[in-house]
Ligand binder design. Sequence first.
Ligand code: GLN
Length: 197
Amino acid sequence: MTPRIGVLALQGDVREHLTALTAAGAEPVPVRRRTELDAVDALLIPGGESTTISHLLRELELADPLRARLAGGMPAYGSCAGMILLATEIVDAGAPGRAAIPLCGIDMTVRRNAFGRQVDSFEGDVDFDGLDEPVHAVFIRAPWVERIGPGVQVLAEAAGHPVAVRQGAVLATSFHPEVTGDRRVHRLFVDVVAGWA
Ligand code: GLN
């Protein structure tokens, strides 16, 4: 069965993830409204700006339905801004009223713009648990993970912090695998979704 994977299409690098998911063997569909969210097996939350995506989630009344689907066990993958939104707690979430919303997909505390205070963007090869060769990771004003709960597995680290994590069927990376042409992280997500159904 080909999993129907939604890509939250409010802001950010939606098209790159649609392309990567297709290449990884899924049937990706953009998600902008409640009915579209209800129809997918899993959801990918792209990179972009977590405060902007959160603002649109509030405007479109999608935050609560999305949190409810995650609480109900929907598989998900968040990259960069998407990692921030999948957290249970966000440090430096943004100005009150405009802050990034924790959707609670993974029991973790994430620091928004963590690397950004040192250097805005950088790239490097990181070892990724379960993959034979390192992943070339592109970090763009990226978050890192500051705390993980007991059920959370660290898949990759950089600068002494987790930058790829998994809890059950929910994955998150600080970096952007959709920009490198390496489809292994998307394939991992598609495999997780297929195995979960
Ligand atoms: N700094 C951005 C945020 O707060 C994330 C950057 C990204 O997704 N590339 O959402």
